[in-house]
Design a protein around this ligand. Structure first.
Ligand SMILES: Cc1cc2nc3c(=O)[nH]c(=O)nc-3n(C[C@H](O)[C@H](O)[C@H](O)COP(=O)(O)O)c2cc1C
Length: 179
């Protein structure tokens, strides 16, 4: 049984990202402790690159914002799943702010062993997700993490579009594969 945190990077409360993340969570919750962290509930400032977290006790950031609560949730996480809409071929900026703020604790403090990826985008381009996949692979390599897998959904733009795709089942099955 693993502790899984899913970080959901869309502000649309009933959007495609949260639907995909919820399906994954439903499957994963059968054998694991699963918690969703949505950017709709936390305001996280970007990293300012001061590097003071390198030397501060517990690698804490000097910024006393909602990231403090997210750090607490991640302290006992074994697996982190990133769920995002594609924004200009990257992840959403709110989610990127959270990811950047993880850099030092990921290296020194946390015990995260695996990552997963759930992405949605409007275009049907075959290479739509390539920039994010490149980043994902480099993060896995740098932090020496394994991937639990991914579900990538093209052609979903408006709220509800994802309901008619097979991706919700795929996300659920990816969740059930973790135990
Ligand atoms: C600022 C912005 C940038 C976007 N950029 C892209 C893009 O580069 N490629 C793409 O396929 N879709 C893009 N989209 C569309 C979203 O990825 C798509 O609507 C997705 O389903 C939204 O997920 P959500 O319902 O969870 O918010 C963009 C949407 C917004 C708001």
């Amino acid at each position: 049984m693993s502790n899984i945190i899913i970080i959901v990077g869309s502000m649309r409360k009933n959007g495609n990202t949260i639907r995909l993340a919820q399906s994954f969570a439903d499957g994963a919750a059968i054998n694991n402790n699963v918690e969703m962290v949505s950017i709709t509930n936390y305001y996280v400032n970007p990293c300012i690159g001061c590097n003071s977290c390198f030397t501060r006790d517990g690698n804490k950031c000097f910024q006393n914002d909602d990231m403090v609560q997210i750090y607490e949730k991640l302290r006992n996480a074994d697996i982190v799943v990133i769920a995002s809409p594609v924004y200009f071929y990257g992840i959403s900026s709110q989610l990127k702010a959270i990811v950047d703020r993880l850099h030092t604790p990921m290296r020194n403090t946390f015990n995260i062993k695996k990552l997963g990826l759930l992405l949605v985008g409007a275009a049907e381009l075959p290479n739509l997700f390539d920039p994010i996949l490149m980043q994902y692979q480099m993060v896995l390599d740098f932090f020496k993490l394994d991937s639990i897998g991914m579900v990538l959904v093209r052609g979903v733009k408006n709220i509800g579009d994802i309901e008619n795709s097979s991706s919700l089942k795929k996300a659920y099955e990816l969740g059930t594969s973790i135990y």
